[in-house]
Design a protein around this ligand. Structure first.
Ligand code: URA
Length: 246
């Protein structure tokens, strides 16, 4: 359970505001000097801040870099179709990437870039508290598992994995772009997708004991109870069209 001054962050609105704060930090990020120079904008991730299901891809491509939203190109269309086939919409899930900036020419993410960016993904997981994380392709699978085993061997096999203070059901899948490249893999991806509802229905695995928070030196002001939350628009474009965040 994520807390702010000892108060659990549970409402969608609180999670969204907390994610928005992380996004504000990420959007000016210069940890990777080349990516900071060549990107059009940071693609932080988009979706439901209260989602039970998260996807983690590789890195934004050209379309994503232009629009500021993840998976809006050809791979994104396939992802949308596969989601619809299991009765889910983009507004039900949160979609992020291993790298928040487009590597020039869509080259592979470099180890130092993955390292620089992983704190943002860790904070997204901590705030969203998903039940299932589907890694899409090799980069996110290797990063979150901390192991070089590739996606061909791992796809479709769930495992319990603790990321920071959250234990999730990690479910590696082929990257949609790889499936588009090798059409027989679309059916493999579709078959793996078909098991996502079952994994969600299993609920969150047992969670690690929360780390004890230090007592505040001075009494903290009362935190007001959150207001009832309105149904979010998945593109989250209330006041900032680049936010791409609920
Ligand atoms: N491929 C990815 O890995 N992420 C995107 O956002 C788009 C394409």
């Amino acid at each position: 359970m994520v807390t702010l001054r000892g108060v659990p962050l549970t409402s969608p609105q609180e999670r969204r505001e907390a994610l928005r704060a992380v996004f504000e930090e990420a959007r000016g990020c210069t940890r990777c000097p080349q990516l900071a120079q060549t990107r059009t904008q940071v693609v932080f991730g988009a979706g439901n801040a209260n989602a039970d299901l998260m996807f983690v891809g590789e890195a934004p491509g050209r379309d994503e870099d232009e629009q500021g939203l993840p998976f809006v190109g050809r791979s994104g269309k396939l992802l949308n179709t596969l989601l619809e086939e299991i009765g889910l919409r983009r507004e039900d899930v949160f979609i992020a990437n291993t790298l928040k900036c487009r590597p020039p020419g869509n080259r592979d993410p470099q180890p130092a870039e993955i390292d620089n960016c992983q704190d943002y993904l860790g904070r997204q997981v901590a705030l969203i508290e998903p039940i299932v994380i589907c890694t899409l392709g090799n980069f996110s699978t290797k990063l979150l598992r901390g192991d070089p085993t590739g996606i061909t061997k791992l796809h479709g096999q769930e495992q319990e994995l603790t990321i920071g203070e959250r234990t999730v059901r990690l479910y590696p899948l082929f990257h949609p772009a790889a499936a588009l490249y090798t059409p027989s893999n679309v059916e493999v991806l579709r078959a793996d997708f078909a098991r996502i509802p079952e994994l969600l229905a299993a609920g969150a695995p047992p969670q690690p004991a929360p780390a004890a928070e230090p007592e505040p030196a001075v009494p903290e002001p009362e935190v007001a109870a959150p207001e009832a939350d309105a149904e979010p628009d998945w593109a989250g474009r209330d006041d900032d069209s680049q936010l791409g965040l609920f």
